[in-house]
Design a protein around this ligand. Structure first.
Ligand code: FES
Length: 187
């Protein structure tokens, strides 16, 4: 009996995922239709596609190449050239460690390494649970606060490697709070 319920819920989940994916492609098709005939609109289309899907996977790039009648290599070239575009899903919390000169001089590399160690990120940028993505950035214009770290819209200044645990704990606690709230809502 338990298995029947499990299968039932998995089917519902797959159905929801399928519908939401279908909905995303239909939104993308509208954008393609709107801009396809206008020259030099590739970046705009890619930007909006990324807004819909969250990232530009090889499948989405191939889809766009087909619909726009542009070689896949051209699309891939634009996606790889602009740091604005990402081809892999990002974590819920995007941690960016500034590596501009002022931050670098004040130890940003050690801060970056502390995040890597704490998140156990050595070959990838995103944690397996999809919670954190780590990257380095150029100067963000807050050199007086060097070294600077941002997590989504939160900015941290004068960060030391030993601060990393506390910064991460804040977002982990947020997640636990969200899970707790949800389980109470369902109880
Ligand atoms: S160098 Fe990091 S904020 Fe300017």
């Amino acid at each position: 009996m338990f298995y029947i319920y499990e299968i039932y819920y998995i089917c519902i989940l797959l159905g929801v995922l399928f519908v939401s994916q279908k909905d995303k492609y239909s939104r993308l098709n509208k954008i393609i239709k709107l801009y396809k005939r206008q020259p030099d609109q590739l970046i705009r289309i890619l930007y909006q596609a990324q807004g819909i899907f969250g990232y530009l996977s090889p499948e989405i790039q191939a889809y766009l190449a087909d619909k726009l009648d542009i070689p896949l290599a051209d699309i891939n070239g634009v996606v790889s050239f602009y740091s604005l575009f990402v081809s892999e899903p990002k974590g819920k919390y995007n941690i960016s460690v500034c590596q501009g000169t002022a931050c670098y001089v004040k130890g940003a590399l050690e801060v970056l390494q502390a995040f890597k160690d704490e998140l156990d990120l050595h070959d990838t940028d995103t944690t397996p649970d999809g919670l954190f993505t780590l990257c380095s950035s150029r100067c963000v214009g807050a050199c007086g606060l060097a070294p600077v770290v941002s997590v989504n819209d939160d900015v941290y200044g004068q960060v030391k490697p030993e601060d990393v645990i506390n910064i991460l704990a804040r977002y982990r606690a947020k997640e636990l709070g969200a899970i707790d709230k949800e389980s109470r809502r369902l109880a």
